[in-house]
Design a binder for this molecule. Structure first.
Ligand code: SF4
Length: 249
């Protein structure tokens, strides 16, 4: 599957990049609406654009504190779009047997994870460790959502202090955060314009719903919003729609 060239946030500026990225997603949603690989295409487009643009934007940043084996920030509520949720669900289904052989039961870990406390969205004091962090390592790393990729710290000690509720001002990379927000927002906006579910969902709750539906990918292809019970509500649909419309204007 060929990966399209990507709009550049560095050369175009944020609003123009958003519009170009939204148009690129809209083209994919339009051209492949009835094809079996729509999900693969839209997911690959989002992640390759994010990685491409972060590589451009972050080349002059100071050293990052993030390293393999540090899962300190993996207690933040992960907000994901429907395509991201669907790809994690697919990964869980396909990898379940292999993980069980090494003592990791992904479905059981997901089932044992409590619901997010209201009002803790986006904070490291969420108090709910992600079910996919095992010994500090993300076991769904190849398909981790944009929210995880876009949360990058310059100070590991500040992350630990935030996790313990002692600080809330972790120095994070604004470059990563901005690119993530623009790509994710453009994807939501294109999904909205295409009449497909476009909300942000709590990853844990959405996966519970997706895995309960053996036909979840067919339901996604048909535009059915079967993840509605997992919508994150701290930003309303009306607010997001206003933002997207303003950026498109
Ligand atoms: S999905 Fe992976 S990177 Fe994201 S919070 Fe969970 S363990 Fe961390």
């Amino acid at each position: 599957m060929a990966v399209a060239s990507h709009p550049s946030a560095e050369t175009e500026g944020p609003a123009a990049f958003f519009r170009a990225q939204q148009a690129a997603f809209a083209a994919t949603l339009g051209a492949h609406a009835a094809t079996a690989d729509l999900l693969d295409r839209i997911w690959m487009q989002a992640f390759s654009s994010y990685e491409h643009n972060v590589a451009e934007q972050a080349k002059d940043l100071p050293p990052l504190a993030c390293r393999k084996g540090c899962g300190t920030c993996c207690a933040i509520q992960v907000a994901a779009t429907a395509p991201e949720v669907m790809m994690v669900a697919r990964y869980m289904r396909s990898m379940a047997q292999g993980f069980r052989k090494v003592g990791i039961d992904l479905a059981a870990r997901l089932a044992a994870t409590p619901a997010a406390e209201p009002g803790t969205s986006g904070t490291m004091a969420l108090g709910r460790e992600c079910p996919f962090v095992v010994d500090g390592i993300c076991v769904i790393y190849p398909v981790r959502p944009l929210a995880c990729r876009g949360h990058v710290s310059f100070d590991a000690d500040a992350c630990i202090a935030a996790l313990e509720g002692e600080a809330d001002d972790v120095p994070v990379s604004e470059s990563h955060r901005t690119v993530r927000a623009l790509v994710q927002g453009a994807l939501q906006s294109a999904l909205r314009d295409a009449g497909r579910p476009w909300a942000l969902y709590d990853l844990v709750e959405a996966l519970r719903l997706a895995l309960a539906r053996p036909d979840s990918e067919a339901a996604f292809a048909a535009g059915e919003d079967f993840l509605a019970g997992a919508v994150i509500s701290h930003v309303t649909a009306a607010e997001m729609a206003r933002t997207f419309d303003a950026l498109k204007a």
